[in-house]
Design a protein around this ligand. Structure first.
Ligand SMILES: *Cc1c(COP(=O)(O)O)cnc(C)c1O
Length: 394
């Protein structure tokens, strides 16, 4: 008897190969940094989300070591049993304080990662009968949260404020929740946050924002997308990740005390999982101090200089750079095979840039996704720009 499931899976895998969609992992032997060693060879990488270059920062590494000495390796249980350590509590207090200019009197809840934080917030805030308004390019974790929630989901097109206004006006649900990324992870552009918040106020809806690519990087003090655009509100439910610009691991929700208390009581991705190691929370205290201090400001300034340099240097013929001012700088190529070929040529030059294909992006919009970091030097960005321009000239 043939094994039906294995036959099906093998067939699906062959389809991935035919479509140029099989994905592979490269093994890195060195800490996260622009300069990596892979298979013994040096590589200059432009693909991490370590926007401030904190992932291997000596003070944060030392804090992680100190955290392990103070609290051990594992938490041993979920937060509501016995896994909630002093380090977690201190981090939540610090995060709440940090975000208060954006969400007045916010309280914060620490999660093991952003994927779970998004599942938690969307599935716990929206129930049967709630209308959930989701931006078309939302991150997979927000989409999965919407599926879990049993709410009525209405999707509006990318950036389509007018369409969202019409959907909100037509809704007679008591509870309405608008859910969006702030910085779109594969495009690098910003959601129209001021217009979205105004609509939420007008229609008595809540605004859930995933600021995975904004927290730490955007805003004068690194408070993220809302500081960047200069708006604040108690109607916001804010998700920031701590494994990208913050350089460690985890995520948090900052929101009104009642929202946070409800998540703590009812969000299954918060309750039914072992608390992250306390040492991570301890290390994050140092990371937050750097983000909010003069060094963080310096790193953001340097990053913005590199972003401007990259954009000004590109000479593209057939490919298209998207209008992004953030550290995410995609170059749309279109077909999967030419995107993979471009990435392979760059890799041959010792430069690693991510190649993004469907289903992560729409068919026909495969792209190189360049991400810049404050850890890059201007000379390294020049090397990247020259290599991309050479590809287009060839
Ligand atoms: C990375 C990311 C997440 C998930 O965060 P993790 O901490 O990596 O699980 C959620 N939303 C967006 C937009 C992201 O880019």
């Amino acid at each position: 008897m043939t094994n039906a499931l294995l036959t099906t899976l093998a067939q699906r895998l062959r389809e991935l190969d035919t479509g140029g969609l099989r994905r592979r992992r490269r093994i890195t032997d060195t800490p996260c940094a622009p300069q990596l060693t892979i298979d013994g060879a040096p590589v200059l990488a432009f693909c991490s989300n370590d926007y401030l270059g904190l992932a291997a920062h000596p003070q944060i590494v030392e804090a992680l070591r100190e955290g392990a000495s103070l609290y051990g390796a594992g938490s041993g249980a979920s937060h509501l049993i016995s896994g909630h350590s002093r380090a977690h509590a201190l981090l939540e207090d610090r995060l709440a304080e940090f975000m208060q200019p954006v969400i007045p009197s916010a309280r914060a809840l620490y999660f093991s990662n952003g994927y779970m934080a998004n599942l938690a917030v969307v599935s716990a805030l929206a129930e049967r009968g709630t209308d959930l308004f989701c931006e078309a390019l939302n991150h997979a974790s927000l989409i999965d949260g919407a599926r879990l929630s049993r709410a009525t989901v209405k999707v509006y097109a990318h950036g389509a404020v007018d369409q969202l206004a019409a959907l909100l006006a037509a809704s007679d649900a008591t509870n309405k929740v608008v859910v969006t990324d702030s910085v779109f992870s594969m495009d690098g552009d910003l959601a129209p946050l001021a217009a979205l918040l105004a609509l939420c106020e007008q229609h008595n809806a809540w605004l859930v924002v995933d600021d995975a690519h904004g927290f730490g990087v955007l805003g004068q003090r690194g408070l993220g997308a809302f500081e960047h655009v200069g708006i604040y509100s108690t109607r916001l439910v804010y998700m920031g990740t701590l494994g990208k610009a913050a350089g460690v691991s985890g995520a948090f929700i900052a929101a009104h005390d009642t929202v946070i208390e409800w998540l703590l009581q009812r969000a299954r991705p918060y309750i039914y999982t072992t608390a992250a190691p306390p040492a991570l929370a301890h290390a994050l205290l140092t990371s937050l101090a750097i983000i909010g201090g003069p060094e963080g400001a310096q790193r953001r300034t340097h990053l913005n200089t590199l972003i401007a340099q990259f954009r000004a240097g590109l000479r593209l013929r057939d490919w298209q750079a998207l209008p992004s001012d953030t550290a995410i700088q995609p170059i749309i190529i279109g077909a999967n095979d030419s995107t993979m070929a471009a990435a392979a040529t760059l890799y041959g030059d010792g430069i690693w840039v991510g190649a993004i294909r469907p289903p992560t992006v729409a068919p026909g919009t495969a792209r190189l996704r360049v991400t810049l970091s404050a850890a890059h030097s201007s000379a390294e960005v020049t090397r990247l720009v020259d290599a991309i321009n050479r590809l287009q000239a060839a």
